[in-house]
Design a protein around this ligand. Structure first.
Ligand code: BDR
Ligand code: CA
Length: 309
């Protein structure tokens, strides 16, 4: 079997954690590294959470590099209202068995992409700071990146009326990535809100008799509670997991080729992604935008993966 080499750039985060758990269960994916970014919580916390999740899935061999602690130019903001103070509130996870690597996350991305014999796919599921730093420092890595499958943006917002959290947290970085000319797949709120971990989904997860599934159940219960409180949703959308699912089962996704650009200057709209669904701007296509998810197929994939643990 040929494996697809991926780097997961993330801010765990409940859905980032579940994305790692799905990726680690799939034999066709080779996780070259996990690089972390400040987002859902401060960088030390998201990095510790990534290390804990690696231990949970018995993958202490996966390199974890701590990346950017601040957005490119803006003040850092985190999301404790959604993910709790630790960034991963809910389950009790033991202290990690090791520390993070000495190398900065952006440098890890650069080095591993350069070293890889086959093109690497980047899966950013937090603010795009590390990716922007890597592309700025070593633009030549573009030649060995297969595609960037990211979670961010959408035609509506969840942090401001028009902006989604990951893009809003570092709009300048996001703009740099969308303007890079790289092939990009966008899992925005339009499609990630279709992947709602409802009570029925949580019941299915809880029926699986292994420790990883038990922790995922607890993550989903906590995540659902904050989504109920903040957005009155019946379940939490597992946004970031869609990036991994797309890599292993693209047939579950309906996408549209569009131009996406990022507002960096608006008085009220900074961090908004402008998704040109109808081609009205005349700007060239730079992304595949996720429109529709085969919801049943997606949860089947997730449940099957959890049963493997
Ligand atoms: C995104 O923000 C974070 O809360 C999640 O981890 C996801 O990456 C959704 O807007
Ligand atoms: Ca995230």
């Amino acid at each position: 079997m040929t494996t697809r080499k991926i780097i997961m750039d993330c801010d765990p985060g409940h859905d980032d954690a579940i994305a790692i758990i799905l990726a680690a269960a799939r034999p066709e994916l080779e996780i070259l590294a996990i690089t972390t970014v400040s987002g859902n919580a401060e960088i030390e916390k998201t990095t510790m959470n990534a290390l804990k999740v690696c231990d949970l899935v018995s993958r202490p061999d996966v390199m974890v590099s701590k990346g950017a602690s601040e957005p490119l130019i803006r003040i850092r903001e985190t999301a404790p209202g959604i993910h709790g103070d630790s960034g991963l509130d809910g389950p009790e996870l033991p202290e990690p068995s090791r520390s993070w690597s000495e190398e900065h996350g952006a440098d890890t991305i650069i080095r591993l992409v350069k070293e890889s014999k086959e093109p690497v796919t980047l899966l950013p599921t937090g603010p795009l700071t590390n990716i922007a730093l890597a592309l700025t420092k070593a633009p030549e890595i573009k030649d060995n990146i297969e595609e960037i499958v990211l979670m961010g943006g959408g035609t509506f917002g969840n942090w401001t009326p028009t902006a989604e959290f990951n893009i809003w947290a570092d709009p300048e970085a996001a703009k740099k990535v969308f303007d890079s000319g790289m092939p990009i797949v966008v899992m925005g709120l339009d499609i990630t809100h279709q992947a709602l971990a409802t009570k029925e989904v949580i019941d299915q997860v809880n029926k699986i008799d292994n420790h990883v599934a038990k922790i995922v159940g607890e993550l989903l219960v906590f995540f659902a509670s904050t989504y109920k409180e903040m957005f009155d949703f019946d379940g939490a959308p597992v946004h970031d997991v869609l990036t991994v699912a797309y890599c292993v089962a693209p047939e579950l996704f309906k996408t549209k080729d569009v131009n996406v650009t990022v507002e960096t200057k608006g008085e009220f709209t900074a961090g908004t992604t402008l998704i040109d669904l109808h081609g009205v701007t005349g700007r060239p296509v730079n992304a595949k935008f996720g429109l529709e998810l085969d919801v049943e197929g997606f949860w089947k994939l997730m449940i099957e993966a959890l049963k493997k643990y």
